[in-house]
Design a protein. Structure first.
Length: 318
């Protein structure tokens, strides 16, 4: 438990919540309910073994912070994650309800273990040991099969290493969900392109052979699509998108919208992961307190490329 004031609020609450859920207890020494709630919260922080951080703010002494969060009654607890309030409650609620409240948001021990193994796997990939990374991710997924982030990393690495049979098995449970997650559909499209190259004779065609066939008939969509899949499999993603646009421009409904679906899948794989939100990106903290400066919002080249192709697709479909 940490006492927080306006001076250490950014560090102990906002910055800390980027890595761990932070429960902010607004209290007052004048409140009997606060005296009841406080020891329960401190016991729970110890019981949860560092899976959330408890901070206390004396609302009598820190009126600016209390006002920024709109505190109207004491005690009030607000949970922050990634710099933003996500949930809260007022009053001295009993321990069982406090546990239920925390369990909605605080990662379990298994989830934390899986996340740690996934982070280790990422480091192994970077160091050039993908097989060891694959084993780490497999262990993490076994520990927590519901962790879709681990499943995604595991399946993506499997596909990259040519483990199509295992990748199909890993994708089956998530592709049966409704609605489907686009990132897993994108992996399925990538694997389909790789399998096409291995199984279809056209997987060995040079690009010039595709171009010659298309020159004879620009509406030979089957050949265009085969070329796009080969480019996709080879990692020539902008070139694959250009070929798919040629199909969409001429017949957006062709083959159950296969070109559009593959186009969207490639864009999903090209899209850089979103960075964690930071209070500086908005110029305010989660509580709405103004910061000294605002970070310039710039689009990196990869994101700009993805945006340009999204606009092209939109123009073709509208």
């Amino acid at each position: 438990m940490i006492d927080v004031n306006i001076k250490n609020f950014e560090t102990e609450v906002i910055a800390a919540s980027m890595d761990i859920p932070v429960l902010v207890d607004f209290w007052s020494p004048r409140s009997g309910q606060c005296k009841t709630l406080s020891p329960i919260l401190e016991t729970l922080e110890a019981d949860y073994g560092g899976r959330f951080k408890l901070v206390k703010i004396n609302s009598d002494e820190e009126a600016q912070l209390a006002g920024a969060f709109g505190i109207k009654s004491i005690p009030t607890c607000i949970l922050l994650m990634n710099g933003q309030p996500v949930d809260g409650f007022t009053g001295a609620i009993p321990e069982d309800k406090l546990r239920a409240f925390l369990d909605k948001h605080v990662p379990s021990e298994d989830e934390l273990m899986a996340e740690a193994e996934a982070a280790e796997a990422g480091a192994l990939v970077e160091s050039g040991d993908p097989q060891a990374a694959l084993a780490k991710l497999a262990d993490a997924l076994t520990t927590n099969p519901a962790n879709d982030d681990v499943r995604y990393d595991y399946t993506k690495l499997l596909i990259g290493l040519g483990g199509f049979e295992e990748a199909h098995a890993a994708l089956t449970p998530v592709l049966s969900q409704i609605p489907k997650q686009l990132r897993f559909e994108a992996l399925a499209q990538w694997m389909a392109a790789l399998e096409f190259v291995h199984q279809d004779d056209r997987g060995n065609w040079p690009l010039e052979q595709f171009d010659a066939a298309i020159a004879v008939n620009k509406r030979d969509f089957d050949t265009r699509y085969a070329k796009a899949r080969c480019l996709f499999a080879e990692g020539q993603l902008p070139a694959a998108l250009d070929e798919l646009l040629e199909i969409i421009m001429r017949d957006k409904k062709w083959n159950d919208e296969a070109a559009r679906k593959t186009f969207v899948a490639i864009l999903e794989l090209m899209t850089p992961p979103k960075p964690k939100a930071s209070p500086e990106s908005h110029g305010k903290t989660a509580g709405g307190i103004e910061l000294a400066g605002k970070a310039a919002m710039t689009e990196d080249p990869q994101s700009a490329l993805v945006s340009s192709y999204r606009r092209k697709l939109s123009m073709m479909l509208n």
